[in-house]
Design a protein around this ligand. Sequence first.
Ligand SMILES: [Zn+2]
Length: 289
Amino acid sequence: MIEQDLLRRFLFEELGVRGEWVKLTHSWQAAKFHQRGSENVQQQLGQALAAVVMLSATVKFTGSMILQAQGDGDIKTLVAQATDQRKIRGLVRGKENVAEGSLETMFGQGRLVLTIESENGQPYQGIVPLRGSNLAAVVQTYFEQSEQLKTRLWLFANATHAVGLLLQELPTQENHEADWEHIEILANTVTEQELFDLDCEQLLYRLFNEEKVRLFDPEPVEFSCACSRPNIEKTLFAMGRTELEDILKEQDIIEVNCEFCSEQYRFDKIDVENILSQQSHVNTSETRH
Ligand SMILES: [Zn+2]
């Protein structure tokens, strides 16, 4: 049975190291379907989606984790999002054709922002410069700087799959530094082809067959967009009456397209009037309490 659209967490039972493996197939193809850009641009998005799914499983939260890369080069913005329910979506904006090369070649000067939008906690944000050979290197830097945790990532994407492997030290364990070095040496032999072709168990066996590895139950990952008419209405309301009326002078309908899933939302004059009046009722009742 071929594993796909799954996240798997694992633990080296006798060592201070944990890990994650992810393979996105249908979810990756569905996310990619709504995005433009040359193959290397799409590969960046696939790598970011594989990364954000794994990162979302390294912390406990309810809500959504957003990995955003912004630059002044050919790729301007790349967003990869995963919820605690392993629902993913992503977008990329920039030139259609982008030169191959390092992150600087593609993104110019930029930064990677990792945000957790939690339903009940404080929002969290971490930022690192977008420097290095690939996104995996940037995420490693992020963990070393922000969390002081040794972390290694391998991220690859092609037309059909986006895959990833993550290893992270568990500093509470004795001898974790020696354990970490040992596992890192073994893991360094992993190839892109192995990550694309093998199931999680096969891969772990190939890399670490002398270690005791506890593999947790697979967690399904799917493409799902959280956009909704009420959310778009909130955004329109925030734009204000003057701006909305100006748009409606030029055209009969305000059209909003979701950049993650291409869903189209249409609002005519009556809809807009309803939004402006309803939302103001909500706001007045809120201020009264
Ligand atoms: Zn959407």
